[in-house]
Structures are given as structure tokens and as C-alpha cells.
Write a protein that binds this ligand. Structure first.
Ligand code: C2O
Length: 551
């Protein structure tokens, strides 16, 4: 195996967007952060040195971390934070994975500026054809004119408040539709007739996004670093934490500007008030004349005809259902056909009375989020370390409820009632090595119907079923797709509905499961599951690295 080494220095850097200049947390002064590109099977070492006074951690989103949970990154789950002046080397091997993923900070809302692409080149050729030198990384993010920390603190303290960013970005650039932003527009030059592989990553904090390119169709070939059966579409939906690879053929006849708009805007935004703004960039066809170096003049009339409208649930759902595993001899679909355990959990956002020990801003109420009424409180010590060392006297217990509370009428005809009985704590779900698990994620609704992109650390899973309304344990499992369900690491639980996922718990360690909308994680929409060691070394967690940060 080849070892690939990277150095990440966390440092402040002044960045200007929308005519606002502010210091951003960056890796090596880059915004977005550097791309990590490795090959399948490589050993990866990233030395992260924290050169600021704030704590930090980095997560390699979607990397399975087989037996190396210590390198996963979520703060207080698998490690204590890297403090100012400290370093920690994340060391892991990329086993049997290939495609586009991302890395991001996993401490508070630092993902706002600490994120980048993580690309794994495959051992075998792609199961689709694309010329070399034609890969285009597209990474979505959000830009705040103000201080993101202040927004996060407000969320945490008061459970509410304005948190919407000032712009969405494509590769760090908001594009021409925002004030004072024309010069910060992403432009990808293409050659007429050539096909490109777009590696699309959503690193935004709080919004699922639609993405489309005017006049061009997108052929989806991969999602969350797993090949899919190819299909063409006019737009994709990509949730925070998700990635989608698409092929784009430059087969149109451009007008005199030579440009076509590419754009992303929210599907259902998680924030109040709704922010329906759009980030735009351009595909620019190379002309035969010599290219000018300076920025081209942007076309004044922007054609967006491929982009769905906000809240187009039908579009979003239809798109999700199109995704299928390749399920070929080279890339079989290993969905567990039989399960050992089914866990049904609500994913909820509740507005409830202000508890005595919390602060609330207005009306004596605030938002909380929960799974099976457990609003996750992160402990002060790393769960993995406590678990590994068998520490007693810890702040958590192994009793995460495996069904929704009886008071919660999730199978009734009156769907998805508001639920006001949130408990606060750190309850974990522990399973033996090798358990074939099904987790049914049941959305509940309150006010605005929310979509929750749920991310599982340390495992990929198969989305075997989904639907609107309440999950029906007597009927729905019979309709599951156990032939070619998509394999992912993040699933959008449909607005006002449910999603059923299956996985084999074959990675010993402690794994975070949470909504990838940062706002909801802050409010407690998270849980932790533990996979015990199996038999022998190959089924056991490795010992902790020597430089693991301690609390
Ligand atoms: Cu991409 Cu726990 O996160």
C-alpha cells in the first residue's frame, strides 16, 4: 500500500465576498479547503495542526474507517477536540471505496468554511466512459457576511433566531445573482463535443439543493461514492453531506456569449425566513478564437429552465427513487436480505416550552430536535475513549429506545403529530458485531414540514424503502427494494414521511448518526450507535493512536 501524506494547518484568513471582508477559519489559507485525492487502497495520513485558539476536529465524511474509528473526527464522539497549538494525525486506509466524498470540520458550525473534496480514484476503470482530464469538482457551501459562531451560539442558547446565510456558493463563489458578487463567479470552460465528469458535493450547512445546467442533461453515475445505474435527468437534488457524480456532454450550440448557466438553489430550506436565493456559475464553451484571460462578461439574460422550483417535493422524491445500485458482478449490492434487528426512530423538530434549565428568547418556547424524543446532549469526554477503556461513571447510558414512545401516535391515521415530550441526555444503542440492522427513520412534522438528511458514520447503508405519512410495519417492508437499492451514507428522510435503511454493523467502534443540517444537530437531532468487537483482531477496533487528543 501507498501512504499519502497531507498537512492541514488550521488558520485564519481574510476573505471577501459580497463586499464583506472577514477572517475565515481555513485549511492552509484556502477557501474552500484543499482537495484530497487518493487511490482506492491507499493509506492516508493527514496531520492537522491547529494554529488558532478555537478547538477543532476534521471528519472524512463517508470514509468507512474500518477498525479506525479514532480517525473519524466528530468531536466528543470519537475524539476530544484538537486544541489550539496541538496536532493530530488522522491515519486510515481507504478500503473498498471509490468516488467522490468530502471532508469537513466536525466541531460546532466550523463546516461553514472548513470543507473540501475527498476524491478516491478507483482501482478498476470507471463503469462509464469519460475522457481523462475532464473532471470538474463542484462543491456547494454557504457564505455568511456575519459571524457564524454568533449564529451558532444563538441557536444553541435560545433554540431559534435568524440563521440564514447570505449566499450559497459554488466552489466558494456566490455568483452574479447576489449583490456585489459578479467577479466571484465560477466559470468552467468546456470543449464542444466533449464529456465531463462533474463531482458534485453539498457541503452547505443547512440546505438541500437542486442543481441544473441550462440546456444540458445530467447523467447520474454515482452517489455518495457508490456507482449507480446511469440515468439522465434535468436536475439533481443533493443534501448536505451527499455527493453526486454526473456526466455532462457539451453538446449544445451556444449563443454569442458562449455561456450556459449552472445554478443551485434550496429544495426545502430549513431556515426562517425562507431564503430562496440562487448561486450561479457558467459553462463556457471554448471558442476557436484565442481566449481572453480576463473574466468574460456575463450574459445578462440568465436561462434557468432546468431548475425545479423550491419545495418541488414531487421532483425531489422522483429523483431519489431513480437512484439504484449498479448491482453488477463487479459491484454487487450487498443489502442484508434478512435482519436481526429493526429500530424505528422518529426524527423530529419540536417547538416546546422552555425547560427550567434552558434559556429561551421569546414566548417562553424554543426549538429542540430529537430522535425518539431523545434530544442528544454531547458528553464532555469522547464516547469512543470511554467505551474503549470501559470507563464507568460516564455521562451516557446504553438505552436508546428502539421504538417511538407509546404516547407518539406514529401509526395512527392522524399523522405526524407534534410531540412535546423531549428528554435530554446521551443514550446509546449498542449492537453485536455483524448485526444486520434496519433503521426506520420517521419524520414528524411541525409547522414547516422538514426534510432531514440523516447521515450514518462508519457505515454505508441501503435505502430499501421510503414513503409519505407514517411507516406501517405490517405493510411497508413487503414493498422494499432488496434487489438494487441505492447504497449511501446520507439519506434525505422525505418531507412528512419515512425512509428505511439497512446495514451490516461490521465496523467496531462508536458511530454518530445525525441530521446533516447543522441547525438540527445543534438542537439534538442525533444519536450514537456502538458496534462491539467481534471475534479476533480482524473484527476488533485498533488501539488508539498515541497523539489522540484527550479532554
Ligand atoms: Cu458529514 Cu457527522 O458528518
Amino acid at each position: 500500500t501507498t501512504t499519502r501524506k497531507f498537512e492541514f494547518n488550521i488558520e485564519w484568513k481574510k476573505v471577501t465576498r459580497l463586499c464583506h471582508t472577514k477572517p475565515l477559519l481555513t485549511v492552509n489559507g484556502e477557501y474552500p479547503g484543499p482537495t484530497i485525492a487518493v487511490h482506492e487502497g491507499d493509506n492516508v495520513e493527514v496531520k492537522v495542526t491547529n494554529r488558532v485558539s478555537m478547538n477543532t476536529t476534521i471528519h472524512w465524511h463517508g470514509i468507512r474507517q474500518l477498525r479506525s474509528a479514532w480517525a473519524d473526527g466528530p468531536a466528543y464522539i470519537t475524539q476530544c477536540p484538537i486544541r489550539g497549538g496541538q496536532s493530530y494525525t488522522y491515519n486510515f486506509t481507504v478500503i473498498d471505496q471509490r468516488g467522490t466524498l468530502l471532508w469537513h470540520a466536525h466541531y460546532g458550525w466550523q463546516r461553514a468554511s472548513l470543507y473540501g473534496a475527498f476524491i478516491i480514484y478507483p482501482r478498476m476503470p470507471y463503469p462509464f466512459s469519460v475522457p481523462t482530464q475532464s473532471e470538474v469538482p463542484i462543491i456547494f457551501g454557504e457564505w455568511w457576511n456575519g459571524d457564524v459562531d454568533a449564529v451558532e451560539n444563538e441557536m444553541m442558547l435560545y433554540g431559534g433566531g435568524p440563521n440564514s446565510s447570505d449566499a450559497y456558493t459554488i466552489n466558494g463563489l456566490p455568483g452574479p445573482l447576489y449583490p456585489c458578487s459578479k467577479k466571484d463567479t465560477f466559470i468552467q470552460t468546456v470543449e464542444r463535443g466533449k464529456t465531463y465528469l462533474f463531482r458534485i458535493i453539498n457541503a452547505a450547512l443547512n440546505d438541500e439543493l437542486f442543481f441544473a445546467i441550462a440546456n444540458h442533461t445530467l447523467t447520474v453515475v454515482e452517489a455518495d461514492a457508490v456507482y449507480t445505474k446511469p440515468f439522465t435527468t434535468r436536475a439533481i437534488m443533493v443534501a448536505p453531506g451527499q455527493t453526486t457524480n454526473v456526466l455532462v456532454t457539451a453538446n449544445q450550440v451556444p449563443d454569442s456569449s458562449g455561456m450556459f448557466v449552472m445554478a443551485a438553489k434550496p429544495y426545502v430550506t430549513a431556515v426562517f425566513p425562507f431564503d430562496n436565493s440562487t448561486t450561479a456559475g457558467f459553462l463556457k464553451y471554448k471558442s476557436t478564437r484565442t481566449e481572453k484571460i480576463e473574466a468574460p462578461t456575463l450574459p445578462t439574460n440568465l436561462a434557468f429552465h432546468n431548475l425545479p422550483e423550491m419545495k418541488d417535493t414531487v421532483y425531489a422524491t422522483t429523483f431519489s427513487k431513480m437512484l439504484r445500485s449498479l448491482a453488477s458482478p463487479e459491484y454487487p449490492c450487498n443489502v442484508p436480505k434478512k435482519i436481526d434487528k429493526r429500530v424505528i426512530t422518529t426524527v423530529s423538530l419540536n417547538l416546546q416550552d422552555c425547560p427550567a434549565n434552558k434559556t429561551c428568547k421569546a414566548l417562553g418556547k424554543r426549538f429542540f430536535a430529537s430522535m425518539n424524543n431523545q434530544s442528544f446532549v454531547r458528553p464532555f469526554k469522547s464516547v469512543l475513549e470511554s467505551h474503549y477503556k470501559n470507563l464507568t461513571n460516564v455521562e451516557f447510558s446504553y438505552d436508546f429506545p428502539e421504538e417511538p414512545p407509546t404516547a407518539f401516535n406514529y401509526t395512527g391515521v392522524d399523522p405526524l403529530t407534534e410531540n412535546m415530550n423531549t428528554e435530554f441526555g446521551t443514550k446509546l444503542l449498542e449492537v453485536p458485531y455483524g448485526t444486520n440492522m434496519e433503521i426506520v427513520l420517521q419524520g414528524t412534522s411541525f409547522l414547516n414540514k422538514e426534510n432531514h438528511p440523516i447521515h450514518v458514520h462508519g457505515h454505508n447503508f441501503f435505502v430499501v424503502g421510503s414513503g409519505f405519512g407514517n411507516f406501517d410495519v405490517a405493510k411497508d417492508p413487503a414493498k422494499y427494494n432488496l434487489v438494487d437499492p441505492p447504497e449511501r451514507n446520507t439519506v434525505p428522510v422525505p418531507t412528512g414521511g419515512w425512509a428505511a435503511i439497512r446495514l451490516k454493523a461490521d465496523n467496531p467502534g462508536v458511530w454518530f448518526i445525525h441530521c446533516h443540517l447543522e441547525e438540527h444537530t445543534s438542537w439534538g437531532l442525533a444519536m450514537v450507535f456502538i458496534v462491539k468487537n467481534g471475534i479476533g483482531q480482524s473484527q476488533s477496533l485498533l488501539p488508539p493512536p498515541k497523539d489522540l487528543p484527550l479532554c
